[in-house]
Design a protein around this ligand. Structure first.
Ligand code: SF4
Ligand code: SF4
Length: 246
């Protein structure tokens, strides 16, 4: 950063610029209603729409835009130690939020994070945006992660365009996803697993230890937790229903 310039003086994206990103990123992840797959194992609510699992963090300009349009969102009030830590780790340009819940979802007023979930823009060690990977800590709960082939080509195109626009407006955001990608490389290297990736122009890849990107068939990607097979899923739903009835 040049001397005499501080973080507060760097231009931030405006609410209007977030409106433009939202307008151009409307494609759903998939034509399947994936919430119908994870909700039966999460008390009837889609996992990514529950602050017990995921606290939506937004840029303050995005929050301002959504508040101007709707009362769907409000500031998130942490109730436990983990939530307090998430909130205290946030960049000062961000705000932790929560919506009214899946029953009240307003498609046009979803945040960028809602539109993207479970994916994030994957950046290489050389800072190249090569595609989409996913928030790996949701492997055991998010059905899409076990079924990456359901992600639509239109979604992938709009996702990449949205983040390329955002990264020009907000280099800090690019840095945050660069860090996220590096954390994924460390984790998967420890687990001795290749990183699954949807390429920015489509296609499926594995990122090997050392960073080599190898084309692969979507069927080679792992399935996780209750989504490993139809039989395991049916049993998990039965157990969840029985637990709910007691
Ligand atoms: S994206 Fe994943 S967690 Fe969210 S509703 Fe779909 S399957 Fe559930
Ligand atoms: S706005 Fe909709 S998609 Fe986003 S967390 Fe709320 S219910 Fe889920």
């Amino acid at each position: 950063m040049p001397s005499g310039v501080n973080a507060a003086m760097i231009a931030r994206p405006s609410p209007e610029q977030f409106a433009d990103i939202h307008r151009r990123f409307q494609a759903p992840v998939s034509r399947f209603d994936c919430g119908k797959m994870c909700a039966p194992l999460n008390g009837g609510e889609p996992v990514c729409c529950s602050t017990d699992h995921a606290i939506p963090i937004m840029d303050k300009a995005e929050y301002k835009l959504l508040r101007q349009k709707s009362d769907l969102w409000r500031p998130f009030r942490p109730k436990d130690k983990h939530a307090r830590e998430v909130v205290s780790d946030m960049a000062t340009s961000c705000i932790a939020t929560e919506c009214k819940g899946a029953k009240f979802c307003e498609r046009d007023n979803r945040s960028l994070a809602c539109r993207s979930f479970p994916f994030f823009p994957y950046l290489t060690a050389k800072d190249e945006l090569i595609g989409l990977s996913y928030y790996w800590y949701f492997e055991d709960r998010c059905w899409v992660i076990s079924n990456l082939g359901v992600a639509d080509a239109k979604f992938v195109r709009e996702f990449i365009a949205a983040y390329e626009t955002l990264f020009v407006l907000d280099p800090e955001e690019r840095g945050a996803f660069r860090d996220q990608s590096a954390a994924m490389r460390r984790t998967f290297s420890r687990w001795r697993r290749p990183i699954p990736l949807i390429g920015r122009d489509g296609g499926y890849f594995k990122i090997l230890r050392g960073g080599r990107m190898v084309p692969t068939d979507v069927d080679t990607f792992r399935k996780h937790g209750p989504y490993r097979s139809d039989k395991i899923y049916a049993r998990a739903v039965k157990e969840a229903n029985a637990a709910a009835a007691t």
